[in-house]
Design a protein around this ligand. Structure first.
Ligand SMILES: [Ca+2]
Length: 432
């Protein structure tokens, strides 16, 4: 697998470029076929993604590091395969006694960028585990049934004033404005403290406002910045705000995708207004494929295929689980309107940043067995293409050089762990 940067730009153009601001926008459970730049038959308007595609580079064969939230985020922020973490199935919740999934010895993308003078912020969803230290007299998280209009979504609320231990601040982010995961998304935190409870249908707007505030502040100082905007939508609860209800004409999922995309529209406009677009590298992608919670059969009846006929959906080993939209814009470096069919993976971000900065990543043995995908590919012991993990069944699918899917299954039988290999499942993509 080639480092992403080789696909973006030549060495000559990179030498001429300044150290860029980096914005990485990642949505949650958004399908490959939701944007019209990926699916000409899409029934959802996505001018934000489509603008980046038009003005930059569109990857057609990009993959998240997993088909669910937590392991994808682990791979994105560390450059390591998610199965190297202690999490071997499922996703993280708050209160795990072992703390954040990222060990303190493992270098993260924001830590690496800070070493090179970047200011760093995460806005939105963390989902890599942290503790709450509750205020005196408080017993812990409260159950909240939001009922209508949120479809009986069961939420958990952390008391205002709860302290966050082993969260984003301990892993390289100067600022954190956001929440842990969907069930606690209205427990809004600023840095290491839960500061307020916000309505679920206001979370996208709040994330966008905070992102723009950060960008505005950073535009006034000479240091470059890294903004990781991890939107928690269009994951459940699928709750478009009043302004967006009915806009898509295909139901609340379509409306919610439109509202989610508007965050990207607003950020692009802010970069223009602040006149920093030319020195800002901006990525847009999502963390895994469309979820069944989007009510895919109903969308299909309305003529919209959120996974664009890819086999499978969120949590699957099939392409529908992890093949995602991935667009990149960097004016003056990336030629507008390019399309690439190269296979890439979210785990490339760390190596890509290193190449942009002309910096060497630390030795993996000194830094918690850091292993980025391009190095693994050269070693030849991890497959030649990005692997994707299927947490519920311990599946490790790889694409072989002929484009067929291989699934490596790690099966536990009593006290014995057996590794088996099931090969040649026909047709990785566009399956029936
Ligand atoms: Ca997700």
């Amino acid at each position: 697998m080639k480092p992403l940067l080789i696909l973006i730009a030549s060495a000559a153009t990179l030498l001429a470029a300044e150290k860029p601001n980096i914005i990485f926008i990642m949505t949650d459970d958004q399908g490959y076929g939701d944007a019209s730049s990926y699916n000409p038959e899409s029934k959802i308007s996505t001018p934000g993604i489509d603008r980046i595609a038009r003005e930059g580079l569109r990857f057609t064969d990009a993959h998240s590091g997993s088909a669910v939230c937590t392991p994808t985020r682990y791979g994105l922020l560390t450059g390591r395969y998610s199965w190297r973490s202690r999490l071997q199935s499922g996703v993280m919740v708050t209160g795990d006694k072992k703390g954040c999934l990222i060990d303190s010895s493992v270098l993260t993308v924001p830590e690496f960028l800070k070493q090179h003078g970047y200011q760093t912020a995460i806005v939105g969803k963390w989902h890599l585990g942290y503790h709450y230290e509750f205020p005196e007299g408080e017993k812990g998280l409260r159950n909240i049934s939001t009922k209508k209009p949120y479809g009986n979504f069961k939420a958990l609320a952390a008391p205002i004033g709860s302290k966050i231990i082993d969260g984003p601040a301990e892993h390289g982010f100067d600022e954190f404005h956001g929440f842990h995961h969907a069930r606690e998304m209205h427990s809004w935190a600023v840095n290491d403290t839960v500061t307020e409870t916000i309505p679920l249908d206001q979370v996208i707007t709040r994330c966008t406002d905070e992102s723009i505030r950060f960008i505005e502040e950073q535009s006034k100082i000479p240091e470059p910045f890294f903004l990781y905007l991890a939107l928690g939508s269009p994951h459940t609860p699928i709750v478009p705000s009043d302004e967006w209800v009915g806009k898509s004409g295909i139901g609340t999922y379509g409306d919610f995708v439109m509202e989610t995309d508007h965050a990207t529209v607003r950020i692009l406009e802010a970069l223009d207004r602040l006149k920093i677009a030319d020195n800002t590298l901006i990525f847009f992608t999502t963390d895994n494929g469309c979820s069944p919670q989007a009510k895919i059969p109903e969308l299909l009846k309305k003529g919209h295929d959120p996974n664009y006929s890819l086999r499978g959906m969120k949590s699957d080993a099939w392409d529908g689980g992890h093949r995602v939209p991935y667009v990149v814009r960097w004016p003056g470096v990336i030629e507008p309107g390019r399309v690439s069919d190269e296979v890439i993976c979210h785990n490339n971000l760390m190596a890509t940043c290193a190449e942009i900065l002309g910096a060497k990543l630390p030795d993996d043995r000194r830094r918690g067995q850091l292993l980025h995908p391009s190095r693994a590919a050269r070693r030849g012991d991890e497959g030649t293409n990005p692997p994707f993990r299927h947490p519920p069944l311990h599946l490790r699918p790889f694409r072989d050089p002929q484009g067929r899917l291989e699934i490596h299954r790690r099966q536990r039988i009593g006290r014995m762990v057996e590794r088996r290999r099931r090969q040649s499942v026909p047709a990785l993509q566009h399956g029936g």
